[in-house]
Design a protein around this ligand. Structure first.
Ligand SMILES: CCCCCCCCCCCC(=O)SCCNC(=O)CCNC(=O)[C@H](O)C(C)(C)COP(=O)(O)OP(=O)(O)OC[C@H]1O[C@@H](n2cnc3c(N)ncnc32)[C@H](O)[C@@H]1OP(=O)(O)O
Length: 215
């Protein structure tokens, strides 16, 4: 299991509180004991689709399979606060299939350390990761670093990425985000992404602490 930040339980009466919640119902059981394997298969499928040149027959076969699978999920839609894809804190990236599947190594007021391995789904071009996925990784982990530092919830005001060298696929990378300084509601966050000693990218971001009820 990944090390994960502490989050407290909140009640359903908080349903319309603003922004990203500092607290949400924690459950490592939603979706069942195999939900993590399910997400893993979804991610593998996205990798394989990105890499595949299927025959026309296989495309038709997979299309039928996917229609069948989508139909099975129609009646199980839930809100963002109770979907396991985003709230399963025991899984990489909280089980959120939108995010690159980072693993938290350590997280607290001093910053967030994580590892990430980008794969074929994250391909930008010529073997390197897409810069948008690097920014997405930094936005989420930077937001987490800000939230843990100020014990409040923030939204990104700006997110600047310097791409210092190519970010590879299929290689474990180290990412770190930390709060540089806090000025009132403004939380300035820095970040780095390394392959070994090589710096791939740096982040300079501003997160704004949300006022109570602010969306
Ligand atoms: C454990 C948890 C796990 C969970 C961890 C989950 C982490 C998820 C992280 C994902 C975060 C996102 O992607 S959030 C989604 C992307 N972001 C958004 O959609 C935000 C859209 N923008 C907004 O909603 C708004 O503009 C805000 C909230 C950013 C700011 O509006 P506001 O609250 O009215 O504040 P405002 O008065 O305008 O600004 C406050 C101060 O910041 C300054 N300021 C505002 N924007 C900027 C800017 N771009 N560049 C420079 N400075 C700025 C202002 O000059 C002012 O300075 P001064 O006069 O005080 O000096």
């Amino acid at each position: 299991m990944s090390a994960q930040p502490d989050v407290e339980s909140s009640s359903a009466s908080d349903a319309h509180e603003g922004g990203f919640r500092p607290t949400f119902d924690v459950s490592t059981e939603r979706g069942g004991p195999n939900y993590g394997k399910f997400v893993g298969q979804v991610r593998e499928f996205m990798d394989r689709v990105r890499a595949a040149l299927p025959s026309a027959e296989l495309t038709d076969e997979l299309l039928a399979d996917l229609k069948s699978m989508n139909a099975k999920l129609v009646d199980f839609e839930t809100d963002e606060w109770t979907s396991p894809s985003g709230t399963r804190i025991d899984l990489p990236a909280r089980g959120n299939i939108t995010l690159p599947p980072y693993d938290i190594v350590d997280a607290g007021p001093d910053g967030v350390d994580a590892t990430i391995t980008f794969t074929r789904f994250n391909l930008g071009g010529n073997g390197a990761a897409h810069g948008g996925f690097v920014a997405l990784l930094f936005d989420d982990l930077g937001g987490m670093a800000a939230a843990l530092n100020i014990e409040g919830i923030c939204r990104t005001a700006y997110l600047k990425i310097d791409y210092r060298s190519l970010t590879p696929l299929n290689s474990e990378l180290a990412v770190r985000c930390w709060v540089d300084r806090v000025e009132g509601r403004k939380v300035y966050v820095r970040g780095t992404l390394h392959e070994g000693d090589r710096l791939c990218a740096e982040m300079d971001a501003l997160f704004i602490k949300l006022k109570p009820g602010q969306p």
